[in-house]
Design a binder for this molecule. Sequence first.
Ligand SMILES: Nc1ncnc2c1ncn2[C@@H]1O[C@H](COP(=O)(O)OP(=O)(O)OP(=O)(O)O)[C@@H](O)[C@H]1O
Length: 248
Amino acid sequence: MNAHKSRPFTVFVEGNIGSGKTTFLEHFRRFEDITLLTEPVEEWRNLKGWNLLDLMYKDPSKWGMTFQSYVSLTMLEMHQRSTPTPVKLMERSMFSARYCFVEHMMRSGILHPAEFAVLDEWFRFMTNQIHIDADLIVYLKTTPSVVYERIKKRARSEEQCVPLSYIEELHTLHEDWLVNRKHAECPAPVLVLDADLDLSQITEEYKKSEHQILRKAVDVVMSSPNKMSPKKPITTSPIQIVPQRRIL
Ligand SMILES: Nc1ncnc2c1ncn2[C@@H]1O[C@H](COP(=O)(O)OP(=O)(O)OP(=O)(O)O)[C@@H](O)[C@H]1O
């Protein structure tokens, strides 16, 4: 497949652990003009046979820095990856890694201030020197107790000991970044969706964003004559049904 000639309309899907980011992305698999970059966590669980996520949860002070530096690399790779389509949907971004997770590890003392300084310098270098496309952020907003129950139910082995307080802190960091704008720069407009709804109702909520994502994408693409071939319009009708991959 050829990479798409000009930059794609790029959407980051953000939200707390267990907010349904992967399920949201899968909802868009039926649009042929959207490339999905999903589940970066699977790379963190399998680096040359090492499970960095597991090492990080078992001994955060020892492995936090290593883990976050690998997260940065995987995120940068996703940001840089060219797509054959005019729209790119990404699960997470280097911004949530820095402003939510690294921030949490710094505030809670998991990262030594010197380790934090190194990660922060890398982040500044990457965001200043490399162009990171960002057109829209979809924020799957949840209540901490709701996602806490989902995380217990899905029983990902590494997350067995995750306390509610961790989920609450991550929630506050997402809110401060994306809603209250207290904390740091926000690289694109934010569309907030109610992701507390259960699986039977959430499709309707997701549909609200379909129109916005696809319409904004059309606007951006059409504003530049070279961006998309008129023979290949953005498809707005379903072409295949994809089963849900995760129980919310
Ligand atoms: N920088 C980071 N970015 C993302 N996750 C991180 C980071 N640091 C630590 N983690 C951990 O990695 C795991 C993956 O969480 P993430 O929210 O990215 O995926 P998820 O829970 O599978 O998403 P969803 O359920 O919404 O599809 C969590 O256990 C989280 O605590």
